[in-house]
Design a protein around this ligand. Structure first.
Ligand code: SF4
Ligand code: SF4
Length: 303
């Protein structure tokens, strides 16, 4: 049975992707067939941390398109029903004129087509982003990355497309683990990324911003009926650990580990080398390995 772990965090820059990529590499190195899905579609960069390019011939790229209404003027009576029904106010229609769509505001929900009494709306599509699939990014590790085109707003559609594609991959590949790197924040594409995970891990840092944003992601988890384990990254960056520990206690969450600031991690990060592949011993790797054991033990016992 595939186990899905979502790595999230209310705030950008906490080390969420760093932890997600190293977790995926460790699982793959230990013989678990793993799929890594980069759902941070507005700024995907997991491939850089994994030291992989998305422009090499072995990467399969596919465009992701969503529904777009197309209006047939010969059938349209200019009744305005479609404009009134559009919850995103994406249909522009002046009195006695034909409607037109404001593409960047359209979510592709198809409501307009369903309510048109004259069959004057037909299906069209527009490309809003891409997905990249790299089989065997590392031994036992496949990589799936989503990318939203600049200026597009419907990031959740890219995340939905990634999950749809991953279901097809899973049928063939029998993954032991799927690791999801979510976007930062607490919006709908993060909600989609964490909703069905077997385990959610929130990465934070010991700052007031970390505390604030952790609170927000825990609120989102409450909304979707999920709980999170917490990793305190760069744990010795400040002396602001206690408020985070207290928050975790209040929200009934476990801090499963604290990873200290470590110059070796920064050095590896700059080289695009996952730090778990660095053969040296250093404090951050020891802390990470402890967390890895807890995750593996926890998720194996739970399922
Ligand atoms: S609902 Fe149909 S007929 Fe009415 S304005 Fe829209 S497209 Fe035209
Ligand atoms: S598909 Fe949905 S969002 Fe787009 S124009 Fe039609 S009703 Fe509005």
């Amino acid at each position: 049975m595939t186990k899905t772990i979502a790595i999230t965090g209310g705030k950008g820059g906490t080390g969420k992707t760093l932890i997600a990529t190293n977790l995926a590499i460790n699982l793959a190195n230990n013989g678990y067939k793993t799929l890594f899905i980069d759902c941070d579609v507005e700024n995907p960069n997991s491939n850089i941390l994994l030291g992989k390019s998305l422009t090499t011939p072995d990467v399969e790229k596919e465009s992701i398109a969503i529904y777009k209404p197309s209006f047939l003027q010969e059938s349209c009576t200019k009744c305005g029903i479609c404009r009134s029904a559009c919850y995103r106010h994406a249909i522009l229609q002046f009195p006695d004129h034909f409607p037109s769509v404001l593409e960047h505001m359209c979510s592709g929900c198809k409501t307009c087509q369903k309510v048109c009494p004259n069959g004057a709306i037909i299906t069209d599509s527009r490309i809003i982003g891409s997905q990249y699939f790299l089989k065997q990014a590392y031994s036992n590790l496949d990589l799936l990355v989503g990318e939203l085109n600049p200026s597009e707003a419907i990031s959740v559609k890219i995340v939905e497309a990634l999950f749809h594609y991953s279901e097809k991959l899973s049928e063939k590949a029998n993954y032991d683990f799927i690791i999801i790197d979510t976007a930062p924040g607490a919006h709908c594409d993060v909600e989609k990324s964490i909703s069905d995970a077997d385990l959610v891990i929130a990465v934070t840092e010991p700052t007031p911003f970390g505390e604030h944003d952790l609170n927000r992601i825990l609120d989102l988890l409450d909304v979707v009926g999920q709980k999170a384990d917490i990793i305190l990254n760069r744990s010795n960056l400040t002396h602001y650990q206690e408020p985070l520990r207290s928050l975790a206690k209040t929200r009934n969450c476990n801090i499963i580990g604290e990873i200290p600031v470590d110059s070796v991690v920064i050095e590896d990060y700059a080289k695009g080398l996952p730090f778990v592949l660095d053969t040296r011993n250093f404090p951050a790797k020891s802390a990470f390995n402890l967390i890895y054991s807890k995750i593996l033990e926890g998720i194996t016992m739970e399922l």
